[in-house]
Design a protein around this ligand. Sequence first.
Ligand code: UD1
Length: 454
Amino acid sequence: MVCESSNKSYLKSQHLKIIGQNTLRGKVRISGAKNSALVLLAASLLTDEKITLDNVPLLTDIEKMGNILKNLGVKLHNKDHQLIIDSKNISVQELPYELVNGLRASFFCIGALLTRFGEASIPLPGGCNIGERPINEHINGLRALGAEVIIDRDVVKAKLVEKKSKLFGANIRLNCPSVGATETLIMAASLAEGRTVIKNAAREPEIQDLCQMLNKMGAKIYDSGKEKIIIDGVPKLHGCTHKVIPDRIEAGTFLIAAAATSSSITVSPIIPNHLEAVLNKLEESGSKIIIKGNSISIKSNKIKAVDIKTAPFPGFPTDLQAPFMALMSIAKGRSKITETIFENRMTHVNFLNQMGASITVDNNTANITGVNKLKGMNLVGSDLRSSAALIIVALTSRNTSYVYGLHHLDRGYESFETKLVKLGARVKREYIVDSRDQIKNFATGNSDIDLNVA
Ligand code: UD1
């Protein structure tokens, strides 16, 4: 169940046991997009009317964001994958560090709070351990809209300049097409006075989802999904019902897992053009892709090496770089994977090499010589997507692997191992349940422990 705090100490004492070399077969139901749901929760702060969000994924990141909203006084009612958000009685106060710690998207509330209430204080958030993750684009943009922003002991404090009762539309050019900054500024501009133009805006589908919901709420946003977004501020936004788009990164992860295990699977629902760059690379590396409506099927056998370079949408997503490297580590031939978005997003290489892969890293480019098979071992995910990558290699490997650090995985993949088991994978979540460190096994999906997240 989402958004009800629970004792998460179990997260330290569980792992996945994976017996490799199985093929996968069948259909996977793709959950709502984590990165959409997170920003839509932030956007719900823009109105005092109720927002109903459907298709919300059950993830610890969403639970954390829910707790942040609750801390501000928001009332949340959740049932299955639906979340009703009532932001009528909010008291704007500094968010405690414990709540925002590790959740990058917590910072995205700043634009909504500032534009609706005239002030916001949010500690610097952190996030995945994948790089510096600065917030200068958010801050510069808010300043351009007329806010006073200071960073005081790692807390970002923003308020309207004296005697002003609103933000004012402005022309903003982002130095890099930051997803989060584009979202922060769209939210801030939606209740500002006059027109805002954001140039070099990010074009990710999650931004388009945000703009669609805001327009349902009465905002006037044009050209989302393009490099130049125009927002005409309105005095008030209203409640609405909105369905979160499917998670393209989750879908891509399953497709890559299928390719790595020489399998045939179908993922749905999904909006196929959200994954175009990934599907092109999967086809180039030898998989057959069939798109029918909102489903994508993949049929894979022998995989050949292909190069990839991550890029902002519609380029190859950085969030699928690690899973794709897992695939390339067992492909035939040599490939090059270049990470251009984050500077520290190759922590999986070390484990892949320990499993028998042949990868060298030069700056942010990995040079990979594919090997036939990797061997299973104890693995520790160090961030969300590298955890998925390690699970993919474990699925292909000789012997058994144990994957630790599941708190990363549970941030962003709903019922990951349950979905894999349905496809025929031999994966089990095991829990250490007593002080003598005895391991008690629970059949995946049949646990009587209330997981609260999956
Ligand atoms: C979002 C996604 C994350 C994804 C990333 C890139 C969420 C919750 N997370 O993260 O899954 O990997 O987009 O697609 O939606 N940058 C700056 N200054 C800023 C902001 C960003 O220099 O103020 C740089 C970052 O260091 C990075 C690049 O811009 O190199 C992209 O970051 P950004 O698009 O902002 O990522 P997030 O929004 O944090």
